[in-house]
Design a protein around this ligand. Structure first.
Ligand SMILES: Cc1cc2nc3c(=O)[nH]c(=O)nc-3n(C[C@H](O)[C@H](O)[C@H](O)COP(=O)(O)OP(=O)(O)OC[C@H]3O[C@@H](n4cnc5c(N)ncnc54)[C@H](O)[C@@H]3O)c2cc1C
Ligand code: SF4
Ligand code: SF4
Ligand code: SF4
Length: 543
């Protein structure tokens, strides 16, 4: 299959006299930062791995992802893909299906058994990680590859954190999570389960650790004060979802009301449906536009028959029924009570009002700063206590798996620098390849590939995965929709349009496939104008 967009122009025929001294500007080949990679919280170089994938080099593409993120098969299922929101192609037709290609590559690696190697020899330094959620696992992976001895202690009976005990199976099959976790442990990472850490300094001292990465997440359910009759059945969403991993599923009854407007509320409602509830109703105090849950998750829940009661708060819970008050939004969008109440039948009430972090393991640790219930860290992810780093849900940031994985990586790189005495600030970012840097005339229309889904009947009666992956031809097509923003994809346009034949083709194995012969370039700028992807910049002549 050909790339759908590349066209090749004929090579210019004249080779005029040396003209360099006429120029006021000269063209320069550049590597700009594509918006997709810039938006990825795990810091993946999306443009680069899509380039490998569109050449059919799936292993190369997967290895490129693995430089930054050890869980592509998980990402391809649960990441909210901010990369696609930022993708330039969205301004042309539809964003590239980056997340679905990532899932294809992640699954391909699992089926082929691809493994990763260590990058450095043993450093003889010991790092303690507290928490085996995405942030802890990501830090462990990078630290182990950098040659450090890593021990993870987790309070739970199995690794994964909220990926295991929050995100339901119909979005993340456990076999995928376990396989990507095992690949990390295979790097020699020690995992101690059922081992809560109650005092971090003691644990550090006892194990003779040189540094610590804390990634304990946020597991304490927030409560709302709702007057309740003694026999009313009220549970936390996180506790309910957690109990799905036990042998006995929770008993919720025929009519289940879920209180909250985030993604956890949606997962709780969809799970209740699958457990046999005839009605699962989400009660939320604002409207759909102001709901924090992602729109696609709300859509999937509605398709499965979850009901929504917008602009409502729960005033009281009694056995079998709730008292609900109608709200209205004021001019600032804040919900205000109206005094109008109604009764809602409910066998159980599930509270999905967010989570706080349990920071008791940090009590008395000098230098730790806590603000709004989370731990303050610097840009190197270190807390105010030297040698103790933190990331994921327990630090101030968006609470997603991908952010947690990105924190784990950043912390690992700074812990490595700190242990070796050569910690440096993060590299400055490259200039962004915005949409206005592209010449989109050259890209053909190519609609996004739709991911197949489980049929609706089976969606509400089983915990089978809802969204399917792409097959190889679809994944290849999707990768080839990428416009390679800001990075040369060897289309030959510059070589073809230059009126003075000042573009020289180099060995494609080099870092650029082309270079300018400035003895002949007049600085007319046609190459930069006609480069589809913005990989040529005109710079002022300095002499
Ligand atoms: C229902 C639900 C659905 C979600 N869905 C998505 C989604 O689809 N996509 C997405 O990107 N994000 C989603 N999230 C958010 C995401 O799961 C979290 O942001 C992410 O897991 C945070 O990672 P973490 O490593 O910081 O913490 P966690 O995943 O919470 O892991 C922390 C680990 O630390 C352990 N621990 C805690 N205290 C101690 C201690 N004292 N000693 C030892 N171990 C300890 C815990 O047992 C746990 O294993 C969801 C969250 C929930 C609740
Ligand atoms: S991890 Fe998420 S944001 Fe990053 S490339 Fe993958 S889908 Fe996009
Ligand atoms: S078109 Fe490709 S390189 Fe450009 S933003 Fe989208 S995925 Fe990234
Ligand atoms: S620099 Fe631009 S125009 Fe030249 S070959 Fe690369 S992508 Fe094509």
């Amino acid at each position: 299959m050909e790339k759908p967009f590349a066209i090749t122009l004929d090579v210019g025929s004249s080779r005029a006299n040396k003209t360099g001294s006429w120029r006021t500007e000269r063209p320069v080949y550049v590597h700009r930062m594509a918006p997709c990679g810039h938006a990825c919280p795990a810091g993946e170089d999306v443009q680069a791995w899509l380039y490998n994938a569109e050449e059919g080099d799936y292993e190369g593409a997967w290895r490129k992802i693995m430089e930054e993120n050890p869980m592509p098969a998980v990402m391809g299922r649960v990441c909210y893909h901010p990369c696609e929101t930022a993708c330039n192609r969205a301004q042309l037709d539809e964003a590239v299906g980056i997340n679905s290609v990532e899932r294809f590559l992640g699954d391909e690696a699992l089926s082929k058994g691809w493994q990763v190697d260590k990058l450095k020899p043993p450093s003889h330094k010991r790092v303690l990680i507290v928490g085996a959620g995405p942030s802890g696992l990501s830090a462990a992976y990078h630290l182990a590859r950098l040659g450090h001895h890593v021990t993870i202690k987790d309070a739970g009976p199995i690794a994964g954190g909220m990926m295991r005990f929050g995100i339901p199976k119909y979005r993340l099959p456990r076999g995928v999570l376990e396989a990507e976790t095992q690949r990390i442990l295979d790097l020699g990472v020690e995992l101690e389960l059922n081992t809560p850490v109650s005092n971090v300094l003691e644990a550090k001292q006892e194990g003779h650790f040189d540094a610590v990465f804390l990634a304990v997440g946020a597991h304490l359910a927030k409560r709302a004060y709702i007057p309740a009759g003694s026999a009313s059945h009220i549970v936390d969403a996180v506790a309910m979802l957690r109990s799905m991993e036990h042998e006995e599923p929770p008993l919720l009854g025929r009519r289940v009301v879920i209180y909250g407007g985030g993604n956890t509320a949606i997962d709780a409602a969809r799970t209740a449906k699958r457990l046999g509830a005839e009605e699962a109703i989400i009660v939320y105090r604002r409207n759909r536009e102001r709901m924090p849950a992602h729109d696609f998750e709300v859509e999937e829940a509605l398709e499965e028959g979850v009901l929504m009661k917008w602009l409502s708060t729960i005033k009281r819970a009694d056995p079998g029924k709730l008292v609900v008050e109608k709200m209205e939004l004021d001019e600032t969008g804040w919900p205000q009570p109206t005094g109008e109440v109604e009764e809602l039948e409910a066998d159980s009430l599930v509270l999905a009002l967010g989570q706080d972090t349990d920071l008791s393991l940090l009590e008395g640790v000098e230098g730790i700063e806590v603000s709004d219930g989370v731990v303050t860290v610097g840009s190197n992810m270190m807390t105010g206590h030297p040698g103790i780093f933190a990331g994921g849900d327990m630090v101030p940031a968006e609470r997603t798996v991908t952010v947690a994985i990105g924190h784990g990586k950043r912390a690992a790189r700074h812990i490595d620098g700190w242990l070796r005495g050569n910690d440096r600030p993060d590299e400055p970012e490259r200039e962004l390849a915005d949409f206005d840097k592209l010449n989109v005339w050259y890209y053909a229309d190519a609609p996004k590939t739709i991911r197949p889904r489980l049929d609706e009947v089976r969606r509400t009666s089983t915990f089978d995965e809802v969204v399917f992956g792409l097959d190889e031809s679809n994944a290849l097509f999707e990768a080839r929709r990428c416009m390679s923003c800001g990075n040369c994809f060897a289309c030959d346009n510059c070589y073809g349009v230059c009126p003075d034949n000042a573009v020289i083709k180099l060995d494609p194995a080099g870092s650029y496939s082309y270079e300018f012969d400035y003895d002949y370039c007049k600085g007319c700028g046609m190459c930069a104008e006609e480069c589809p992807c913005g990989a040529i910049q005109m710079e002022p002549e300095t002499i």
